[in-house]
Design a protein around this ligand. Structure first.
Ligand code: ATP
Ligand code: MG
Length: 427
């Protein structure tokens, strides 16, 4: 390994420095990391942005820095639609760091790469030393080259041919070349200052950086759909805050804990989440005592929309998000949505509206909320649920029933006594 450092032009003195001494020089620290390994994060849709691309990039860089802070010290910068994450010393947990990068919205792929000098001798040596472990268990590969620096003396096909030969030599012919359908692709990227060598990139979260598309208030139940709805909107760049309606003592403390756990899991992708818990017990009791049973759920949902919209405004959120899916239950028929929607005076986004339950479950599994969502705790919507809910309500009749309940004071009281939680707790 020492010979590699010397080939890269780093003095023996620098390599031998004590860990404390390394702290003093960024340049030396950079080289102390084995194989000069860094992480290359490619943009997704962000690459298509025009003049305002810089704003999106700076939010993405800030989100990445926050996300990886627990794993060590890094230099994070962007160049040519790629973000470079360069360790400046020991990494606390390399696989957790890699997984963390995969959850940052705005990044489409992540790969580990070895940084090397921009000459074929260094590149070949790096390929031979760094690449073989990535090809374990693979039967075929293809070499490719990308030249951002057009002044580099060799063409891309020439670099790829030399790289392919180096891989064959390093693997002792154990793996063959396949141009059409390889198990792996080995890539050499010739960039402005350095060259980078890597095997296949891993698909990341995609989407747009959280915080580039406004703030929205998610109506978060303990079910499967609403965490997925929050994830989908965060993926488009919305910063998520949540409101959860509880109905203590009809709903339990454990039901609330489940919702907080869902928010904690969601924060892996969405960033820290503030959860506002609002009790609707008195509203439900009033509805039960005053309105025709078949309207109960619709009126509760309208009340929830009003409270959420009022709360959203105090929290600088410009929209609501729900996990509703067309026709899933009686309160989500087109007519039911038509009468609940106007209760909010800000837009209501329903990203799951056209998804089948199976498709929603697939996302819930991918984002790790599914196992928690299916824990069997009650939700306020199931308390006093009518036997025959209205599936084709009219606005006129809904308003007549709503008038009987006189909810406005109770809604204000509910908002005044909200409980606030921050997830994850240690943020
Ligand atoms: P989910 O839709 O989250 O799986 P669910 O299917 O049990 O839960 P629905 O009755 O379908 O819930 O409610 C539709 C939407 O209303 C939810 O996706 C959620 O956005 C909102 N909602 C329902 N119950 C609550 C609650 N207790 N607190 C906050 N929002 C809620
Ligand atoms: Mg639902």
């Amino acid at each position: 390994m020492l010979s590699r450092f010397l080939r890269l032009g780093i003095s023996r003195k620098a390599v031998k420095k004590s860990p404390a001494a390394q702290e003093n020089s960024t340049k030396e620290r950079m080289f102390f990391y084995p194989m000069n390994e860094i992480y290359l994060c490619k943009y997704g849709e962000l690459a298509l942005k025009g003049l305002n691309k810089g704003q999106f990039e700076s939010v993405l860089l800030a989100n990445i820095r926050k996300k990886i802070a627990p794993y060590g010290s890094f230099r994070v910068f962007s160049s040519q639609s790629t973000i470079y994450v360069e360790p400046l010393g020991e990494i606390v947990n390399q696989s957790q760091l890699f997984s963390a990068l995969l959850t940052v919205f705005g990044i489409s792929t992540v790969c580990r790469a070895a940084k090397t000098e921009k000459n074929m001798e260094s590149i070949v040596a790096t390929v031979k030393e760094y690449i073989p472990p990535f090809l374990q268990g693979k039967h075929s590969f293809r070499a490719s080259a990308k030249r951002a620096d057009k002044k580099f003396p060799l063409t891309s096909p020439e670099i790829a041919a030399i790289t392919g030969a180096a891989v064959l030599e390093a693997t002792g012919g154990r793996i063959s070349v396949s141009m059409d359908n390889p198990d792996a692709t080995v890539t050499v990227e010739i960039r402005e200052e350095f060259a980078f060598v890597h095997a296949d990139a891993v698909k990341a979260a995609g989407g747009m950086p959280v915080g580039t598309a406004g703030r929205a208030m998610l109506l978060l139940s303990g079910g499967i759909d609403s965490p997925v709805a929050g994830y989908m909107m965060a993926k488009r760049g919305a910063k998520i805050e949540a409101v959860h309606f509880e109905s203590f003592p009809y709903t339990s403390e454990r039901a609330k804990e489940k919702v907080l756990e869902l928010a904690r899991i969601m924060s892996n992708y969405c960033g820290p989440i503030r959860v506002n818990c609002v009790s609707v017990t008195k509203i439900q009791e009033r509805l039960k005592d005053t309105v025709e049973e078949s309207y109960f759920t619709l009126l509760l949902r309208r009340s929830m929309m009003r409270i959420a919209a009022a709360l959203a405004k105090t929290r600088f959120c410009d929209a609501l998000i729900t996990g509703e899916s067309l026709g899933q239950v009686a309160s989500q028929t087109m007519q039911a949505i038509t009468v609940t929607d106007p209760a909010s005076d800000i837009p209501v986004f329903r990203p799951c509206i056209g998804l089948d339950k199976e498709e929603i479950i697939e996302i819930a599994r991918k984002t790790d909320t599914f196992e928690t969502s299916v824990l069997p705790y009650e939700d306020c919507c199931t308390v006093f649920a009518p036997r025959h809910p209205k599936t084709r309500p009219t606005m006129e009749n809904v308003l007549i029933e709503e008038e009987k309940a006189r909810l406005s004071l109770l809604e204000k009281e509910a908002l005044d006594s909200l409980q606030i939680y921050f997830l994850p707790e240690n943020e």
